[in-house]
Design a protein around this ligand. Structure first.
Ligand code: HEM
Length: 133
C-alpha cells in the first residue's frame, strides 16, 4: 500500500476539531509502561500538548521532502536522544500505538486501512529520531 499523506493529513484535521485529542493521547501513552510517567514528571502538559501537536504535523510532512522539516525532526531526535532526554527506542512503538488509538477515538472516519496509512506515514520520522539515539 502506498502512503497517502493527504488522507492522513485530513484525518489529523478531523482529530483536531475538538481540543481533546492530545488529552486522549497522553492519557493512553502514560499508562503504557511504568517507565513513562517519571520521564514527564516535570512537564507542563498544557505546553507539551501544543508542541506535540505541531511536531505530529511535521512528521506527516516529512515525506514531502522539505529540508526544514527534516532538520526540525533531527533537532527533535537530538532532544530525545541518549545525550538529552534518553528516550529508549523501544518506547516509540508505544508512542505510535497510543497515537493510533487516539485517532481511532477521535476520527469519525477511522478505518483499519487509515490506521495503516498513519503508521506508514509516521514511521520514517520515528526511524529518523531513533537513528539519532
Ligand atoms: C515520534 C514520536 C515523538 C514525537 C513527535 C515527540 C515530540 C516531542 C516534542 C515536540 C517535544 C518537545 C521538545 C522540546 O521541548 O524541544 C517532546 C518532548 C519530550 N518527549 Fe517526545 N516525542 C515523541 C516520542 C517520545 C517518546 C517515545 C517518549 C517516551 C516517553 C517521549 C518523551 C518525551 C519527553 C520526556 C519530553 C520532554 C518533556 C518536557 O519538556 O518535560 N517522546 N517530544
Amino acid at each position: 500500500m502506498s502512503v497517502d499523506y493527504e488522507a492522513v493529513h485530513e484525518s489529523y484535521d478531523r482529530c483536531l476539531k475538538d481540543d481533546t485529542f492530545f488529552d486522549t493521547f497522553y492519557d493512553l501513552f502514560l499508562v503504557k509502561s511504568p517507565e513513562i510517567p517519571p520521564l514527564f514528571k516535570d512537564t507542563d502538559f498544557r505546553k507539551q500538548k501544543q508542541v506535540v501537536r505541531v511536531s505530529v504535523l511535521m512528521m506527516i510532512r516529512l515525506g514531502l521532502g522539505e529540508p526544514q522539516t527534516r532538520e526540525a525532526i533531527e533537532k527533535l531526535g537530538e532532544v530525545h536522544s541518549s545525550r538529552d532526554r534518553n528516550i529508549r527506542p523501544e518506547l516509540y512503538d508505544l508512542w505510535l500505538n497510543s497515537l493510533c488509538e487516539s485517532v481511532k477515538q477521535h476520527d469519525p472516519e477511522y478505518t483499519l486501512e487509515l490506521e495503516q496509512q498513519w503508521r506508514d506515514t509516521m514511521q520514517p520520522g520515528i526511524d529518523l529520531m531513533v537513528s539519532m539515539y
